[in-house]
Design a binder for this molecule. Structure first.
Ligand code: SF4
Length: 371
């Protein structure tokens, strides 16, 4: 049986576990120092931890539950990693280089049931949730890659925007956030952690009440229910007004800003009338809302969608600006390696599919998220 990843334990969980076995709480600080600062690959390298404790850790936990299966590097420095899990499933993780530091985009599920009609990942039905250990280890693997390349840089941002709907794996998401923001470990600043959801309104309330103080982004992609349902089936379960009510709650309780993500699809949601509808929808939330306009990355499987023309994107942006909306057009990373969510995994699995090892099926996400 596969052992649980030690990266999946919050500091308090590890301390409590060690104390159950008669160790002092301070032992957890030592272990975390070896894990996250010195970044050892084997328990036996934790030199100041006594032998009995090392054996205990090795008997119960794994230090490596992901192996690198494939890596693609873009001319702009973006790196896509395809990791193989212990059960042979594949997941994607992306390292992006920004002016302000290194960001890692992590995956939270093997496949996704939300079924957004523009998304490569949505074609591959969810097989299972990732454990918090498997999510945290993605960041560690990227950091170890940087260490090995002697780049002397640390991951300073984490975006939970990879394959999967993070709020559909809620407990493991929360544990992940608690682990990566802890100053004894990776110490990723709360303001540099962003969770992106397709808009599971009930979970937005729970997330707000958990007061994790990290950023929230919502994939809106359309200003009306009719259009949004066409693009994202999840809108049947959580229509725009329910999502925006949850956004109101989030803004009021957290006093943080929110990001609305909007993929621009040619002749579908990129006209001036859509920009005006979006501005009206945001209404008096303008001061606390950023709209992130995303150029669409063409996916072979979704040839009904095309990327908006440059002029249309510009006109959409200008209309929002004139309406007093804070907005930006997302800088693309790794366009030459297909950095759209799930593209690398989807391509790899298609190769496997031809060998009869994996099959495609898409189910209605509303069946999963109703209620
Ligand atoms: S965009 Fe995100 S939520 Fe939608 S299908 Fe793709 S992975 Fe799932």
């Amino acid at each position: 049986m596969n052992k649980e990843s030690i990266y999946g334990l919050t500091f308090d969980q590890l301390a409590a576990w060690l104390m159950e076995y008669g160790h002092k709480k301070s032992r957890a600080s030592q272990v975390w120092d070896w894990l996250y600062r010195k970044r050892v690959m084997h328990f036996s390298e934790m030199l100041d931890v006594n032998q009995e404790c090392l054996q205990l850790l090795a008997d119960h936990f794994a230090l490596q539950s992901l192996t690198e299966h494939l890596r693609q590097e873009s001319a702009d420095g973006t790196i896509k990693f395809l990791f193989k899990l212990n059960d042979d499933n594949l997941i994607e993780t992306v390292l992006m280089r920004h002016k302000f530091g290194l960001a890692v985009c992590v995956t939270t599920q093997v496949g996704c049931n939300i079924g957004c009609s523009f998304c490569a990942s949505g074609l591959l039905t969810k097989k299972r949730d990732l454990s918090s250990g498997e999510i945290v280890e993605q960041i560690m693997k990227v950091q170890l890659h940087l260490d090995a390349a002697k780049q002397a840089q640390s991951v300073s941002r984490v975006v939970v925007m990879g394959i999967g709907e993070p709020f559909d794996n809620y407990k493991n998401l929360v544990d992940t956030i608690m682990i990566i923001k802890n100053h004894k470990g990776l110490a990723i600043a709360e303001k540099r952690i962003t969770v992106s959801t397709s808009g599971l309104a009930d979970k937005i309330y729970e997330f707000t009440d958990n007061n994790l103080q990290v950023n929230l982004a919502i994939s809106l992609h359309a200003p009306t229910n009719e259009l949004r349902t066409q693009i994202m089936k999840i809108n049947r379960a959580f229509p725009i007004e329910k999502v925006m009510q949850a956004v109101d709650y989030y803004l009021e309780k957290t006093n943080r800003r929110i990001t609305l993500e909007y993929i621009l699809l040619k002749d579908l949601n990129d006209r001036k009338e859509h920009a005006l509808q979006l501005a009206a929808l945001i209404g008096d939330k303008r001061p606390l809302t950023n709209v992130n306009l995303i150029p669409y990355n063409q996916v072979d499987e979704h040839n009904q969608y095309q990327r908006s023309e440059h002029e249309s994107m510009r006109a959409f942006y200008d209309t929002l600006k004139k309406q007093g909306i804070n907005c930006s057009i997302r800088v693309e990373h790794g366009a030459d390696i297909g950095a759209a969510c799930g593209q690398l995994r989807s391509k790899q699995i298609k190769v496997l599919n031809y060998e009869g090892q994996e099959s495609f099926s898409v189910i209605d996400p509303c069946e999963v998220h109703k209620g």
